[in-house]
Write a protein that binds this ligand. Structure first.
Ligand SMILES: Cc1cc2nc3c(=O)[nH]c(=O)nc-3n(C[C@H](O)[C@H](O)[C@H](O)COP(=O)(O)OP(=O)(O)OC[C@H]3O[C@@H](n4cnc5c(N)ncnc54)[C@H](O)[C@@H]3O)c2cc1C
Length: 432
C-alpha cells in the first residue's frame, strides 16, 4: 500500500511508489542495484526534518530507521563507526555508555546522523565546524551499487564531496566519527539588549565554548545562550524548567502563536510578550542532553551562512528592514557562529562563519519575509543552509561556491544514470 510521507515542518508531502527499510549494508546495495537495473529513482530520507525538497520522490524512498547503532569503536583514537540511520539521540546515549561524546551538536537530536551531516547541520561555537567536520571516514554506496570507503587519506576527493552531499552522490551506509571523552556542559541564558550583545559579541565568542543569541523582532531584546564545560551536574530547577517549557517552548507560546496566526497584526505585540517572558537561568548536565532542546511549536525556517565579519552590518540591516516593512513576525531570529572548513560544498567552506536563521509560525505567510532576508543575506555573501527554505538556483549556487562544478562532476561519475536525483536536485545541479 502506498503511503503519504510528510516532513516535520508540514510544507512537504509526497507519495513514493514504495518505501524500503534495509536492515544491513548488503540490503542497501541490493535496493540500489535493483533500482539501477530497472531504471528507477531513489531518494533517501533521514528523519524528514528538512524543509527543502530534498527527499520527495514518486519512485523509491529509502529509510535507514532499521539500520541504527554502533558498528565498531577504536578506543585509543576515539573513532566510532556508526550505522548511517542512527538517530542523534540514540547516538548520544550509545557514545555516553562508552565514555564518549560528539564535540558539538545542533539544537535538536531527532535527526539521523546521515540526515544531519548531509545538509551541513551545525551548532554554535567559533572553535567548531559544522557537524560534518567530525567525520573521519565514511562508506558510500554509489549508483551502480559499488561500495567506496573514503577519508582524508583514502579517496580524498570523494570524501570532501561526501561530507555534505544532500544524498546526491549515493547512500552513505556508515560514518566513522571523531569523538571526544564524555563531558558535561553548563548552560546559561540571559536577557539583554541587542546593542549590548553586539558590543560584547567578540568577547562572548572568544570566552565561551558555545555562544548564540535570539533576537526578538520589533524589540531591542535578545536572549543570549552560553554553554561551557563543567564538572558539576546541576539539573535544571524544576520550577524554572516548567516556566521555560510553558512560556517559551510550548503551551503559552503555542497559544500566542495561534492567536497571532488569526490576527497577524498582533505579531509585534506577540514578539514583545515573548521578549518579556524570556527565560533566564542556568543548569548543567551531560553534553548530549544540554545541546538537545524540545521543539513542540511547529514553524517554517530559513537560514543563511555569511562571512563572520559581515554579521553586524547584516543583522542591523535585517533589524531595519523588519521595522521599515512592518513585517508580521513574532518568532525570534537565531544567530550562531561556526568555524571555517574545507568541505567541498559546505556553507562554511573557507570562511569563519555566522549563521542567521529566521522562523515563521506554521500556517503564517513566510515567503515575502524570507525573500527580503534572503536578498539582504545574499548581498553579504550568503549561502543557504541546505535543509532550510531558500530560492537559490543553479546559478546562485555556482556563484556562491567555486567548487559547485567539481561537486557536480564527482556526482555524475558516481551516479551516471542520475538515479539519486529528484526534480529539486536536477534543478540545483542543472541536469536535464
Ligand atoms: C526543529 C528543527 C531544529 C533544527 N535545528 C537545527 C540546528 O540546530 N542546526 C542545523 O544546522 N540544522 C537544524 N535543523 C535542520 C536539520 O538538522 C536538517 O534539515 C537535517 O538535514 C535534518 O535531518 P534528517 O535526519 O531529518 O534528514 P532529512 O531531512 O530526512 O534528509 C536530509 C538530507 O540527508 C540525506 N540523507 C539522509 N540519509 C542519508 C544517507 N544515509 N546517505 C546519503 N544521504 C542521506 C537526504 O537525502 C537529504 O538530502 C533543524 C530542523 C528542525 C525541523
Amino acid at each position: 500500500m502506498k503511503m503519504k510521507v510528510r516532513n516535520w515542518g508540514g510544507n512537504l508531502s509526497f507519495t513514493p511508489a514504495e518505501i524500503k527499510y534495509p536492515k544491513s549494508e548488503n540490503e542497501i546495495v541490493e535496493v540500489i542495484r535493483k533500482a539501477n537495473a530497472e531504471n528507477r529513482n531513489i531518494r533517501i530520507k533521514g528523519s524528514g526534518h528538512s524543509w527543502t525538497r530534498l527527499i520527495p520522490t514518486d519512485s523509491i524512498l529509502i529509510s535507514l530507521d532499521q539500520y541504527q547503532g554502533i558498528i565498531s569503536i577504536h578506543k585509543e583514537k576515539r573513532l566510532v563507526t556508526v550505522k548511517a540511520g542512527t538517530k542523534l539521540k540514540l547516538l548520544g546515549q550509545l557514545l555516553d555508555s562508552h565514555g564518549l561524546a560528539m564535540e558539538n551538536l545542533g539544537d535538536i537530536d531527532v535527526q539521523s546522523i546521515a540526515g544531519a551531516l548531509n545538509t551541513g547541520t551545525h551548532g554554535t561555537g567559533t572553535a567548531f565546524g559544522t557537524l560534518s567536520t567530525q567525520i573521519a571516514g565514511l562508506t558510500l554506496i554509489t549508483g551502480n551499487g559499488e561500495k567506496i570507503v573514503c577519508s582524508e587519506t583514502q579517496n580524498r576527493g570523494i570524501f570532501k564531496a561526501a561530507q555534505i552531499s544532500l544524498g546526491a552522490l549515493g547512500i552513505v551506509s556508515s560514518y566513522t566519527l571523531k569523538c571526544v571523552p564524555a563531558y558535561n556542559l553548563k548552560y546559561e541564558c540571559k536577557k539583554e539588549t541587542l546593542e549590548d550583545c553586539l558590543q560584547k559579541l567578540e568577547a562572548y565568542n572568544k570566552e565561551n565554548r558555545h555562544f548564540e543569541f535570539y533576537w526578538f523582532p520589533h524589540t531591542n531584546v535578545v536572549q543570549t545562550k552560553i554553554m561551557n564545560k563543567t564538572e558539576e551536574v546541576k539539573k535544571e530547577n524544576e520550577i524554572l524548567k516548567k516556566f521555560n517549557d510553558v512560556v517559551v517552548d510550548n503551551g503559552v507560546f503555542w497559544l500566542l502563536s495561534e492567536f497571532t496566526r488569526f490576527f497577524p497584526g498582533f505579531s509585534k505585540y506577540s514578539s514583545k510578550i515573548s521578549a518579556w517572558g524570556v527565560s533566564t537561568g542556568s543548569y548543567s548536565d551531560k553534553s548530549n542532553l544540554i545541546f538537545a532542546t524540545t521543539r513542540m511549536v511547529k514553524f517554517t525556517e530559513m537560514e543563511f551562512n555569511i562571512p563572520r565579519e559581515n554579521f553586524i552590518p547584516a543583522i542591523r540591516e535585517i533589524q531595519e528592514t523588519i521595522s521599515n516593512h512592518k513585517i508580521q513576525v513574532h518568532f525570534p531570529l537565531e544567530c550562531r557562529f561556526v568555524k571555517e572548513d574545507d568541505i567541498m560544498i559546505s556553507p562554511a567552506h573557507g570562511r569563519a562563519s555566522a549563521y542567521i536563521a529566521a522562523h515563521m509560525y506554521k500556517g503564517m505567510p513566510y515567503k515575502a519575509y524570507f525573500k527580503l532576508l534572503e536578498d539582504i543575506l545574499k548581498k553579504y555573501g550568503g549561502r543557504p543552509h541546505y535543509g532550510k527554505l531558500n530560492t537559490f538556483s543553479h546559478e546562485d549556487f555556482e556563484k556562491a561556491y567555486t567548487n559547485w562544478g567539481q561537486f557536480k562532476k564527482i556526482r555524475n561519475q558516481l551516479d551516471p544514470k542520475g538515479i539519486f536525483l529528484n526534480d529539486y536536485l536536477k534543478g540545483i545541479f542543472k541536469i536535464a
